[in-house]
Structures are given as C-alpha cells and as structure tokens.
Unconditional design. Sequence first.
Length: 230
Amino acid sequence: MSKKIIVTGAAGNMGLAVVKKFISEGAIVIGTVTMRDLDRFTFTNENFENVIVDLANEESAQKFVEDAIKKYGNIDAAVLTVGGFAMGKIAETKTIDINTQYQLNFETAYNIARPVFVQMLKQKYGRIFLIGSRPGMDAAKGKGMIAYSLSKSLIFHLAELMNHEAKGTNVVTSVIVPSTIDTLQNRQAMPAADSSSWVTPEKIAGIIYYYCSDDADSLREPVIKIYNNS
C-alpha cells in the first residue's frame, strides 16, 4: 500500500525535492502551496495533489489535514519545510520582527504538526519532520539573527515535547538541521562561497525518506544533522 505523505512548502527547493523523492518511491504526496506559487509551480504527477493553504491560519491548516485524512486515510509522514529568514542584532530587533519570524518558522509548522500528531497518535505510528537550523540549536551561531534564532529554537523544544507525549507509540518527531543548502538563490547570494561543501535538497530528501523507511523503523532520532563538509 502506498504511503501517504504531507509536505508543506511543496513549491520550495527542499519541499519539491522531498515531493519528487517520495513519489519516485511510490508514495502519494499531498503538498501545500500558496497562491503566488501557482504562477511558477508546474510540477504534476498522478500521485501528487497540491492544495492552497494559509499555514499561518490555524483553521485553514486544520481543515487541510482533516480533508487529507478523509480522502487518504492515515498519514504516514509529514515534512514541514515552510519558513523564513531575517538578519538583525538585538539592538535592531523589535517584537514585531520576532513575531514575524515566529509566525513564519513556528506557527506554520505547529499549525500542521498538531493535527497530524493527533492523527498519528490514533494510528500509533507516523513520522513528523520539522526544519531546524544551526542558529536555532546553538545561540553562538544565532548572533546577528536574533528573531530567526529565537523562532527556530522553539522547533527543537516542540519536537522534544511531542516525543515525550508520544512515548510508547511508534510516532516520532525529528528536526532536520541542514548546513547551507545548495540552491540557486544561495549561489546567487554567496557567489564567492565554496558550494561544494553545501548540502543539496535532493540529499536532504533522501535522508528524510530513509528515516521513513522500514529499515529505520526502530530509530528514535530527535535531531538529524545534515552538514556535508561545512
């Protein structure tokens, strides 16, 4: 039976790589996109459904998950790739900046993770992948990006709380922590950098797929660092 996978940010670099990887392995993928994505997002496949969802809206996110469950039954995994980034030292960072990053990086994840988690507890199995960051994991690396670092730090704590609550079941929440991702946008932003040490979206997607496979069924890894050589 095909696995059913939710991927938020399906039109993004990492999201699309995850979508393609799971579909290539026979999964059915339900992906979230925005209205703006529709102008440039052309990927189609009989095993892929893209849905416009306002992930910052709790009711919209809840309905998306409920509709997916009604249509496809159980949800085997959810990969929540949506987020945002901002620079700013403490002197420059106001609460509005923190709230913006909190919404982009935490609320968009939590609004999907919560109903998915509840469903997976009923199933007694499932895998949830949140996207963390080095600045969110290590305060020293968050210097100069205060709002971003604070918002991403909550992702790690959320995973810990969910894993404690799911203890005794086969429901696991993991945080993916990539180094610099090799994308066109990052190459353009950092033209002098050595991109050979970066990690590709496809590599990240492959690792996520492995953690959803039967071979990794016994693993309970809360933080998955994907650093390549950087």
